[in-house]
Design a protein around this ligand. Structure first.
Ligand code: NAD
Length: 393
């Protein structure tokens, strides 16, 4: 099969196995070139392991620290007629690279919100990972969740809270910049978004892992969050998704108390910078914000992607051997370079000027697009996209 990108709106519906392999290998190479100075995790569970920040976490743990990893993902398998989703190919490439180095890696393609997936994970930890994990990374990005207690499926909404919000947005197909309006969410939509992207499922994971006795003494867990500043606030931090992230903070406090008491363990929310991932490209304001942010941070030499952010989180914070640096709410902040006042001021100045006629000139949309295609394994010079490739890996 010849596999070419097929873009529908903010998603690419095809993925290239060889390109995804390169995408994973690039991140492995980064980690190998930045070996940690201190000891790190040994047995790691990554919930949402196949793309973006979760994939990078798994790579950092396995190739930085030689950790055994168990990953949970929700990906489409390949068939004779259709390529798999990118996360499937990423995971296959990750597993092959780990096997080549004799590092244990197992992945479950299952709905992480279900209790069945949790039970399966517990079995693998007990039977194949020596009985306990010492790091649990929670990195799900999902538009819906079925509550295992009630069977009700909730959908999240990207909506404003209170008043409608109008913002510039970039159509990544046509390169047109135009205004779009986020309508205010109803109370039910806010509650449903919290149900999906809030902290309830993270708590449920920790409760069930703890009850099964598969968390090690001193276990650490972290969930990822985004806060942002003025430009993104009305559509992120101050919107429905921001409410869900507040609920992750709430859950973190509860998990922290539980783990501290039971296992001398700890829980932290890690706030990461905005990066190009499948989840972020679905948020209306993000492609334009990121196209500008990438340009401004690249000029300063401070731009980072998933692997730099997460490897930094492990080596400089969670496993540095020193005290964690936390904000006033007890969160780890890896987003500070994005939020530097002069970075935000420059992003805002460009934001105010940008329109369809000057978007290529004022922003680094070219880099945004390159990174977007790389998520699906496209745009690598070392891959021959004209060549027939077997979609079944
Ligand atoms: P992503 O879309 O790249 O990856 C999401 C992962 O979740 C994939 O591995 C997918 O398979 C998995 N997943 C989704 N639904 C699942 C389900 N039901 N069962 C099992 N696995 C499932 O997302 P991302 O951008 O890396 O986001 C991960 C976390 O990081 C989110 O909490 C997000 O809010 C946070 N974050 C993202 C950014 C950003 O700019 N992308 C910034 C800061 C924080």
């Amino acid at each position: 099969m010849i596999i070419k990108p097929k873009v529908r709106g903010f998603i690419c519906t095809t993925a290239h196995p060889k390109g995804c392999k390169v995408h994973v290998e690039e991140q492995i190479d980064y980690v190998k070139a930045h070996k940690p100075a201190s000891a790190g995790p040994k047995n790691v569970l990554v919930i949402g392991c196949s793309n973006g920040y979760g994939l990078a976490s798994r790579i950092s743990a396995a190739f930085g620290y030689g950790a055994n990893t168990l990953g949970v993902m929700f990906e489409k398998e390949p068939s004779e007629k259709r390529p798999a989703s990118a996360g499937w190919y990423n995971t296959k490439a990750f597993e092959a690279a780990a096997a080549a180095e004799g590092v244990f890696a197992k992945s479950l393609n299952a709905d992480a919100f279900s209790d069945e997936a949790k039970a399966q994970v517990i079995d693998v930890i007990k039977n194949e990972m020596g009985g306990k994990v010492d790091l649990v990374v929670y990195s799900l990005g999902s538009p819906r969740r079925t509550d295992p207690e009630t069977g009700v499926t909730y959908s999240s909404s990207l909506k404003a809270i209170g008043e409608p919000v109008t913002r510039k947005s970039l159509n990544t197909d046509t390169k047109e910049v135009s205004d779009f309006t986020l309508e205010p969410a109803t109370d039910e939509e806010i509650a449903n978004t919290v149900k999906v992207m809030g902290g309830e499922d993270w708590e449920r994971w920790i409760d069930q892992l703890s009850a099964a006795g598969v968390l090690a003494e001193g276990v650490q867990t972290t969930a990822y969050s985004y806060i942002g500043k003025d430009l993104t606030w009305p559509i992120y931090g101050g919107a429905t998704i921001g409410r869900a992230k507040q609920d992750v903070d709430r859950a973190c406090t509860a998990i922290q108390q539980k783990l501290k008491a039971e296992l001398n363990g700890s829980a932290h929310v890690s706030v990461l910078k905005a990066v190009v991932t499948q989840s972020s490209s679905a948020i209306p304001v993000m492609p334009l914000y990121l196209s500008i942010l990438i340009r401004v941070m690249k000029e300063r030499g401070t731009n980072e992607g998933c692997i730099e952010q997460v490897h930094g989180l492990l080596t400089e914070q969670l496993y540095s051997g020193a005290e964690l640096t936390l904000d006033e709410a007890g969160r780890i902040r890896m987003d500070l370079k994005e939020l530097e006042p002069d970075v935000q001021a420059e992003v805002e100045a460009i934001w105010n000027k940008v329109d369809s006629s000057n978007v290529s000139e004022l922003t680094d949309f070219a880099e945004y697009q390159k990174e977007f295609f790389k998520l699906f394994g496209f745009g690598y010079d070392q891959v021959d996209y004209e060549q027939d490739v077997n979609p079944i890996v």
